[in-house]
Design a protein around this ligand. Structure first.
Ligand code: 4NP
Length: 157
């Protein structure tokens, strides 16, 4: 798998996974790497909406532009199209495992498996304050660095 297609998944596709998409997209581009990158939600509450204003604000402050992203729900096709499907928390993983055909279960991982921080899940920031959104961004930057390192190593082998 030289250049895998990567899908980031959370519940609403309005806070965590679009931020992961924006962060990983810029980091990959800065490293001169070209991946197919997208994000989606296990629920469709916000279909067609732009990322949450609070996510956009904290992301903008660190140079990530989420303004053109649009919320969508995970589809059956995603399990075929994408090589790596990265959930933000255990609830996302349970929902994904329920929807995903058994033959593709090896594509499903927690995104923070690639992070150095001592967190297993990216906490849902939706009902909290700005500090929650900052923490989300810290964790997503950490995991993006780890994933890029992992993929770069894989590519050179
Ligand atoms: P996300 O956050 O899964 O990081 O996009 C949420 C967004 C919306 C809701 C829950 C979580 N909601 O209940 O509408």
């Amino acid at each position: 798998m030289s250049s895998p297609a990567i899908l980031f998944v959370c519940l609403g596709n309005i806070c965590r996974s679009p931020t992961a998409e924006g962060v990983f997209r810029l980091k990959a581009k800065s490293a001169g790497l070209d991946f197919k990158i997208d994000s989606a939600g296990t629920a469709g509450y916000h279909h067609g909406a732009r990322p949450d204003k609070r996510s956009q604000e904290v992301a903008n402050a660190r140079g990530y532009d989420l303004s053109r992203l649009k919320c969508r729900k995970v589809t059956e096709e995603d399990f075929v199209t994408f090589d790596l499907i990265l959930g933000m928390d255990e609830a996302n993983m349970r929902d994904l495992k329920r929807k995903c055909p058994e033959e593709y279960h090896s594509k499903l991982h927690l995104f923070l498996d690639y992070a150095e921080a001592d967190f297993d899940e990216v906490p849902d920031p939706y009902y909290g304050g700005k500090r929650g959104f900052e923490l989300v961004l810290d964790l997503l930057e950490d995991a993006s660095d780890g994933l890029l390192k992992h993929l770069t190593k894989q590519k050179s082998q």
